[in-house]
Design a protein around this ligand. Structure first.
Ligand SMILES: NC(=O)c1ccc[n+]([C@@H]2O[C@H](COP(=O)([O-])OP(=O)(O)OC[C@H]3O[C@@H](n4cnc5c(N)ncnc54)[C@H](OP(=O)(O)O)[C@@H]3O)[C@@H](O)[C@H]2O)c1
Length: 320
């Protein structure tokens, strides 16, 4: 399978896998308490984030995902600093926000451009829908910034199938494709297959960007009931409990078994299962160079249809 693709029906040519840079950056003050820093087991700092970017670029992975809200802007600042002068495609997000109004979008965009040190953003995504935000009005604002040349492609995140259709239709009126919807999707969270999101993406030609594709590190095989992941969320959320860690061990065993055939790790096989679907593009989070290099290797092999099927069959309990 080709290593590059177009993001949805946009003109943005991207690798079939990106890098999640949510934990990057030096949070200051209260931003140190932001979930991007506290919930997922800490970060590895400037040098390792630099290596993560460099190793990814060497492997042909030049798509990096961040958001304005990650560590209150510190993640965007770091990505902008590391990406300066390099062939890097930046995907960032603006907050849904309880109080945000559609007309505030240009202000949000300017703040992100400033932190990133860029003239334009390749993929600008609405982070999560909010009841008070009118999707058609927001898409109109996004169409304006595309026409002004400040955004190359429009994406959304955490949108339902219905919201996706509404956003797609509103942008289509302005002649602009909705490029992507970023939702959680992995072997241990197959919700997009049952809630209509994957189907809507396929039908409308929208790329499903799979966030948390390694199930927050659980699919790497390094965590178990005895060796649980660090970080507040990974301590308190049920999917990281001892019981849940035990229940997923047969999945890890199968990932190892399939991986042995190709000399690949469980993470690489888990990412490959997503990549085998042409509508899906995973963005595994990488905290250091080793993780980034490891994840990029998911682009270097293929699974057979039978192996894809075996993995799908073995994770039916997570398809709900
Ligand atoms: N749109 C949204 O609402 C939303 C929400 C969540 C995430 N995201 C995006 O999705 C990206 C990825 O999600 P995520 O970080 O939550 O989950 P993930 O990609 O499933 O897991 C990433 C974590 O797994 C561990 N890891 C990654 N690669 C590894 C490797 N090769 N070997 C060993 N350990 C490895 C690292 O943590 P440890 O080393 O601590 O185990 C890393 O932080 C984020 O960076 C963000 O861009 C978006």
């Amino acid at each position: 399978m080709e290593h590059k693709t177009f993001l949805g029906k946009s003109n943005l040519r991207v690798p079939r896998l990106g890098v999640g840079a949510m934990t990057w950056g030096d949070a200051k003050g209260l931003a140190r308490l932001h979930p991007a820093k506290t919930a997922y087991g800490g970060a590895h700092g400037f040098e390792e984030e630099k290596r993560a970017l460099e190793f990814s670029l060497e492997a042909g992975v030049n798509l990096f995902d961040t958001a304005a809200m990650y560590s209150n802007g510190a993640a965007e600042l770091r990505l902008g600093e590391l990406a300066r002068g390099k062939d890097v495609i930046i995907a960032t997000k603006f907050p849904g926000g309880f109080s945000m109004k559609e007309e505030e979008l240009p202000k949000q965009l300017e703040a992100s451009l400033k932190r990133l040190g860029r003239e334009y953003i390749e993929l600008y995504q609405h982070h999560y829908p909010m009841p008070k935000i009118s999707i058609p009005k927001l898409m109109d604002q996004l169409a304006n910034v595309v026409e002004a040349g400040k955004v190359k492609a429009v994406g959304v995140s955490n949108y339902s199938a219905e919201q996706l259709r509404e956003a797609h239709a509103a942008l289509a009126k302005r002649g602009i494709p909705l490029a992507s919807n970023q939702v959680e999707y992995s072997l241990l969270n197959r919700k997009p297959e049952v809630d209509g999101v994957l189907e809507a993406c396929r039908e409308l030609g929208i790329t499903l960007i799979a966030q948390t594709p390694l199930a927050g590190g659980r699919l790497t095989g390094k965590y178990s009931a005895q060796n649980r992941a660090g970080g507040l969320f990974r301590r308190i959320l049920p999917q990281y409990s001892r019981k849940a860690m035990e229940e997923m061990q047969p999945v890890i065993k199968l990932l190892r078994e399939i991986g042995e055939k190709y000399s690949k790790t469980p993470s690489q096989v888990a990412l490959r299962w997503l990549i085998e679907n042409p509508a899906v593009l995973p963005i595994p989070g990488a905290k250091n160079g080793k993780q980034a290099a490891d994840n990029a290797e998911a682009l270097t092999f293929s699974l057979t249809a039978e192996e894809v099927q075996r993995l799908s069959q073995a994770t039916m309990a997570w398809r709900k």
